[in-house]
Design a protein around this ligand. Structure first.
Ligand code: NAD
Ligand code: ZN
Length: 260
């Protein structure tokens, strides 16, 4: 037995025994689908850190200051090939689920995985066939009303600027949670509940530095859960983990699935 297979067998045994397995997922899972992470090797901010605060068009304060100006600038950025928002949009539009996303979907279909809490906004879990997905940072394909919290597909966006909710006339923003924006209370509550109720949590491709998502594993641990990390690098959450599977998630998750 090699050094890398041994922890996988241990993890498989823990996962097989779990009654309420959850997964907290970060940008690292989608890295091998061609979507860059923010942190870690090759991450956007590892290469070029924003000088101060959030990059332009990504802060909530900027949005609420002048939503019409924000929407106008956002739509322009999405069609400007030199803009980072255009480049990220291209990467996500062209991305397909990788074997890591597919393995998580299989774990759910086999009745082993209770739910995914994802920080990713790229919709690749749904594309892989996962159903029980809590999107703590929203979904790039949707809009959210700031007044009634209703989510609608982005392709139904009305032409007025700023776009308005057809249910309550409230202000619509992208469903993706921006820097400085509170997590919508409905999804935050569901994530906390899922963490508290889990007896085992997989931490997949997350740097463990963005709160409140990074606190969810600690909440699970306080309630007795076993934590298993899957990441090529150590993170601030590593010391809290019972087991670390070191390597890319698109290789490790299928190995884990096949070892159960
Ligand atoms: P992060 O960018 O802060 O960290 C990425 C982590 O993934 C690092 O720990 C890195 O070591 C690890 N990693 C890199 N390659 C990996 C691989 N092949 N397999 C497993 N792990 C790998 O990511 P985060 O913790 O999710 O937080 C960043 C924030 O940015 C989140 O809020 C998220 O919403 C957003 N974001 C989302 C996407 C996306 O939707 N795909 C992409 C970039 C950033
Ligand atoms: Zn509304």
């Amino acid at each position: 037995m090699t050094q890398t297979t041994q922890p996988i067998q241990q993890a498989a045994a823990i996962v097989a025994r779990a009654h309420r397995l959850t997964a907290l997922v970060g940008a690292g899972l989608s890295a091998s689908s061609g979507i860059p992470t923010y942190r870690g090797p090759g991450g956007l901010w590892t290469r070029q850190r924003p000088r101060q605060g959030a990059p332009p068009l990504l802060s909530y304060q900027e949005f609420v200051r002048d939503p019409a100006a924000w929407w106008q600038a956002r739509l322009a950025a999405e069609t400007d090939p030199s803009h980072p928002i255009y480049q990220m949009k291209q990467a996500v539009d062209q991305a397909a689920p990788n074997p890591g996303h597919l393995a998580l979907a299989q774990l759910e279909q086999r009745g082993i995985l209770h739910c995914i809490i994802t920080q990713n906004v790229d919709n690749l879990h749904a594309a892989a066939g996962s159903r029980a997905v809590l999107e703590i940072h929203g979904n790039r394909n949707r809009l959210r009303c700031l007044q009634c919290h209703r989510r609608t597909p982005r392709n139904t966006q009305t032409p007025q600027n700023p776009p308005q909710c057809q249910q309550c006339n409230g202000l619509l923003k992208l469903d993706t949670v921006m820097f400085g924006e509170p997590i919508p209370p409905d999804v935050l509550q569901a994530c906390r509940q899922a963490a508290e109720q889990s007896d085992c949590m997989l931490l997949v491709g997350t740097s463990g530095t963005v709160n409140p998502a990074a606190r969810l594993p600690l909440l699970a641990k306080e309630n007795g859960a076993t934590l298993i990390e899957i990441n090529p690098e150590a993170t601030p959450l590593t010391p809290w983990c019972d087991l670390s599977l070191t390597g890319p998630a698109d290789a490790i998750l299928p190995q884990l699935l096949n070892s159960i």
